[in-house]
Design a protein. Structure first.
Length: 348
């Protein structure tokens, strides 16, 4: 996390669209963001056992916490954070939405009490840069008052149609921006999609193979169908916006806990498209996310071979070489370096 910048650096006039100072956010692995409800005593009691086994623990204050439990969740998070040494595991929270009656108390309670332990505040239902500017300013004031010397970063959930339309400006709205997550459940509702799931595919969203003619010219009804990815467009937009601003994109939740295979497929699509991690709603999803969002041994081996081939004999990585019958050049070198760098960050 940035250590050389004081909260004062973040307390400045913010003009949307104006050039932002360079971020110094070192890449730390956050392949699995594991959600827990701090108002749920059974769940809260397991938090210390999860430290060190997951990249991020996130105390959730928003949806899935009953309105009557909002205060208990906030207080529970303060208690857990104060009494736990998180070691290598990051601590994040998801605050309530900016138009809810709870969010002001969320931030004014958490920052003075546990701001020194909080790495990232996840903001739900972000609509545009103005939402991030508001959180940025409020955090700056609260950090300054609490004497914190490490800025808390901000992560936005992309879960409204307006948020998707404004995704580029959201990513660039503050140097605190750490990343974005897809929020497929709220986004589906906001778009008036006809689904009832939390992430994943849908058996009705498919394409059917063209009719095939048999040798005597009869059309066969035996046609394959292929399920399509409902989230491809949004993930691709999110990944481009994040890449443009140097922050990290994440797949969000996969609600069907009992279907680890589909969960893994959905996470892998997101990984291949550029995402760095996903949410975990149940401890069984932690190893899935850690595995999927880490490059495989074979991928790393191949990437290292390409890098070595293009840099062999003093090569500077430009030009082209043939490897296993395939042409590799400057652009394949760059792709391979993405995998090699990720492998190095994860093993650091
Ligand atoms: C997550 O918050 C979602 O709405 O999918
Ligand atoms: Mg949501």
């Amino acid at each position: 996390m940035p250590s050389s910048r004081s909260p004062k650096d973040f307390f400045r006039p913010l003009a949307v669209g104006a050039p932002q100072p360079l971020r110094e956010i070192p890449a730390r692995p956050s392949r699995a963001i594991h959600f827990f409800d701090p108002s749920n005593e059974k769940m809260a009691a397991k938090v210390p056992q999860l430290v060190g086994t997951v990249d991020v623990l996130l105390g959730n204050l928003e949806d899935a916490v009953k309105a009557d439990n909002k205060v208990a969740a906030r207080e529970g998070l303060v208690r857990i954070a104060s009494g736990t040494d998180f070691g290598p595991t990051q601590l994040w929270t998801r605050i309530n939405a900016l138009d809810s009656p709870w969010v002001l108390d969320d931030l004014t309670t958490l920052v003075p009490a546990i701001g020194d332990k909080l790495d990232v505040v996840m903001v739900p239902k972000v609509q545009g840069a103005e939402d991030i500017a508001y959180v940025d300013r409020l955090l700056a004031q609260l950090e300054a008052r609490a004497g914190l010397d490490r800025p808390i970063l901000v992560h936005a959930i992309l879960e409204t149609a307006r948020g998707v339309a404004n995704v580029e400006e959201i990513c660039g709205a503050s140097p605190r921006m750490q990343g974005l997550s897809l929020g497929p459940a709220d986004l589906a509702a906001d778009r008036r999609m006809k689904t009832t799931r939390v992430g994943g595919g849908h058996p009705g969203y498919l394409v059917r193979e063209d009719p095939r003619r048999t040798s005597d010219g009869v059309e066969s009804n035996d046609r394959a169908t292929y399920q399509q990815d409902l989230w491809h467009y949004t993930i691709a937009r999110m990944v481009d916006a994040c890449a443009m601003h140097g922050i990290s994109p994440y797949y969000g939740p996969f609600g069907d806990i009992g279907d680890p295979v589909a969960c893994e497929d959905q996470f892998r699509n997101a990984f291949l498209l550029g995402c760095v991690g996903a949410w975990s709603l149940h401890p069984t999803q932690i190893p899935i996310a850690h595995r999927v969002f880490s490059p495989s041994v074979e991928d790393i081996r191949h990437a290292r071979r390409v890098v070595a081939a293009l840099q062999r004999d003093g090569g500077d990585g430009t030009g082209a070489v043939m490897l296993d019958g395939k042409m590799e050049d400057d652009a394949s070198l760059k792709q391979c370096l993405v995998l090699v760098e990720l492998a190095e960050q994860l093993s650091a």
